[in-house]
Design a protein around this ligand. Structure first.
Ligand code: SPV
Ligand code: MG
Length: 288
């Protein structure tokens, strides 16, 4: 069944004041359903996941409408909110306004934009990590907040300062500016192998708005310690995608190599399991 009601990301965050909102990356509704089943409180419609699902690099190749369609289809299947990774906002200031109008109209309740120049590259790509000026990006945030028509839309301002090679001070300066421009939260991204850089950021942060992190390269930071550090939301951005690649690769290889599917039967979901995820029974009832 498609979902007609689900909480906004803002209400989930407000309701998790003593904890951390845990968010899982997905590239479609099925991935979102599995994240919800596992207990996650929100889903990240990731630009890396969505472009990879098209066999394309995460380099601003897909259009806003293509990302919106994936995010909206994911949201329709879920009872938890989707946070959409909207890259740079798909262009300039008016593109950001258009983006907010369109995502809000489609029922999405949270968007994230980052302070890189369009076209951007994935944060873990070598080179090409060119920042937009802090002033211009603050204008994007201000415009995004002015463009929303209802109170729910949650705008996350993401700084790529430390991804581009700048230090913690630059990230702090940018995040203060974005918060003052109206951001509902800041996302501070790091590609270091430990969470030390994020801890230095938090030491200098006055928590004028909540902080979101993406612990891809520092995977050992336990959720209890993330919570103690004062972080509000954590995005496990691409683990679903990477698990999909590993699972499909080993399954296809086994089936091809063995000439029959016996060896994989115990490790793959049953067709009945898939029907349950589709809520097939509820659909059949509609027809009864
Ligand atoms: C994504 O999931 O697309 C992100 C996070 O933006 S990262 O891949 O770390 O840049
Ligand atoms: Mg992305």
């Amino acid at each position: 069944m498609q979902r007609t009601s689900y909480p906004s990301f803002r209400s989930v965050l407000d309701g998790t004041k003593d904890g951390v909102v845990r968010v899982a990356g997905a590239h479609d509704a099925l991935g979102g359903l599995l994240a919800e089943e596992a207990g996650f409180q929100a889903v990240w419609s990731s630009s890396l996941e969505v472009s990879s699902s098209r066999g394309l690099p995460d380099a601003s190749l897909l259009s806003m409408s293509e990302y919106l369609q994936v995010a909206a289809n994911t949201q329709k299947a879920l009872s938890i909110p989707v946070v959409t990774d909207c890259d740079t906002g798909y262009g300039g200031i008016l593109n950001v306004a258009h983006m907010v109008h369109e995502f809000e109209a489609a029922g999405l309740t949270a968007v994230c934009i980052e302070d890189k120049q369009f076209p951007k590259r994935n944060s873990f790509a070598n080179g090409g990590q060119h920042l937009e000026s802090a002033e211009e990006f603050a204008r994007k945030i201000h415009t995004a907040k002015r463009a929303q028509s209802g109170p729910e839309m949650f705008v996350i301002a993401r700084t790529e300062a430390m991804i581009s090679g700048l230090g913690v001070e630059a990230a702090l300066e940018r995040c203060r500016r974005y918060a003052d421009a109206g951001a509902d939260a800041v996302l501070v991204h790091s590609k270091q192998k430990t969470h030390d850089q994020i801890m230095s950021f938090l030491d200098g942060w006055d928590f004028r708005c909540p902080v979101v992190i993406v612990p891809t390269t520092y995977p050992d930071w336990h959720i209890d310690d993330i919570k103690k550090a004062g972080i509000s939301a954590v995005i496990y951005a691409n683990h679903g995608l990477r698990a999909t690649v590993s699972a499909l690769r080993s399954t296809y290889r086994s089936v091809y190599a063995n000439g029959d599917t016996t060896a994989v039967e115990d490790s793959i979901a049953s067709v009945q399991d898939v029907f349950a995820l589709q809520r097939f029974d509820a659909w059949c009832e509609l027809e009864a």
